[in-house]
Design a protein around this ligand. Structure first.
Ligand code: TXA
Ligand code: MG
Length: 316
């Protein structure tokens, strides 16, 4: 077998325990959920999460959904609420994702949340997903298991067509039942529909006893401060800096003198894993941020995309 060959595992005890071992080792495992196949990685391991972006060839960092086996497992990472309790009781396990405030010692990589202080969590209903999450016993970050810009996969063959040789394993358990991604409900503020999906918004409204606010995914850029807005530092950000000027703190990459280094050995997955935590840390200094040049390929392209948005002039 080639070193990069993707394993094809069946959804029996042996296959699922092998898949859980691969997740523990920081490898990527595609697995079926009732909505679509997910590309899973250990949500507490920044380099594993960076590998998800690399395998998908995603040109930017969007926050990912953390998949867990139970309500109790979700409560380890997020602040629970009465509304969360009611929706979870009605629809978990199932095609519903809840966005809730992170707990102080949540343990989740900041690459999963893209630096936000909220986390999207869901308990999938598919038996193979349930068994894998129980065997792994930790949160699994998983976007759909397709290359960026391609259609979401609802069979293991779809996953194979897009990602063969780029991920550790695929758990094959036939076609997905729902075939539409989960419905995402924001509960960090007023209950809001963040993405329509496999569960009708009306059903959520009936359980909550109120209407949902409606946001579209694209609102993030025009509505800073709303639930979907991406983390951006307060400080000004200057890119492609050779050396700090004035009061700037320098964020470095590769072998160089700087205040904080994303990856002294110039390793892009490591830089991606450290990226949001580094921005937060430098932002707390209250000083303007200068950033050394970062190679614009692979995960570097996603880092640069996020940096350009952080550096862009802010609207008032
Ligand atoms: O059905 C699904 O949900 C599939 C399967 C694999 O579970 N997963 C999925 O994940 O669709 P992904 O990564 O493609 O979708 C994540 C969505 C994005 O639209 C993202 O903006 C939103 O969740 N999201 C994640 N974290 C968020 C947060 N903290 N606040 C607001 N939106 C968030
Ligand atoms: Mg997707």
């Amino acid at each position: 077998m080639q070193p990069n060959a993707t394993l094809y595992l069946t959804a029996d005890d042996a296959g699922l325990s092998r898949a859980a071992d691969l997740l523990r080792a920081g490898k990527l495992v595609a697995f079926p959920t009732e909505t679509v196949y997910g590309l899973g990685g250990d949500a507490c391991n920044g380099e594993a999460v960076a590998a998800i972006y690399a395998a998908k060839g995603r040109p930017s960092f969007n926050p990912l959904i953390a998949h867990v086996a139970s309500v109790q497992a979700a409560q380890r990472h997020v602040e629970w609420s009465d509304q969360a309790e009611r929706l979870a009781a009605a629809f978990w396990p199932g095609p519903l994702t809840l966005v809730l405030p992170l707990k102080p010692d949540h343990g989740i990589s900041s690459l999963v949340t893209a630096g936000l202080d909220t986390l999207a969590v869901r308990v999938p209903a598919h038996p193979a997903a349930q068994a894998l999450l129980s065997a792994f016993d930790g949160p699994v970050a998983a976007p759909s298991a397709n290359p960026s810009g391609r259609i979401s996969p609802t069979t293991a063959d779809h996953v194979r067509a897009g990602l063969d040789g780029r991920i550790g394993a695929v758990v094959d358990d036939g076609p997905c039942g729902v075939g539409l991604e989960s419905t995402i409900i924001g509960l960090a503020g007023e209950p809001a529909l963040l993405r329509p999906g496999g569960l009708a918004a009306e059903e959520v409204e009936a359980v909550l006893g109120q209407k949902l606010l409606h946001y579209q995914e694209g609102d993030a850029l025009t509505a800073p401060g709303q639930l979907l807005s991406h983390y951006a530092p307060d400080a000004s950000v200057r890119l492609n800096a050779g050396a700090p000027q004035g009061d700037e703190v320098l964020l470095g990459f590769g072998d160089m003198v700087c205040d904080l280094n994303l990856s002294p050995k110039g390793h892009l997955p490591e830089a991606a894993a450290n990226f949001f935590a580094a921005l937060h840390e430098l932002d707390e200094t209250g000083r303007p941020i200068a950033v050394a040049p970062i190679p614009d390929h692979g995960l570097g392209a996603a880092i640069n995309d996020r940096l350009r948005r952080a550096a862009a002039p802010r609207g008032s």
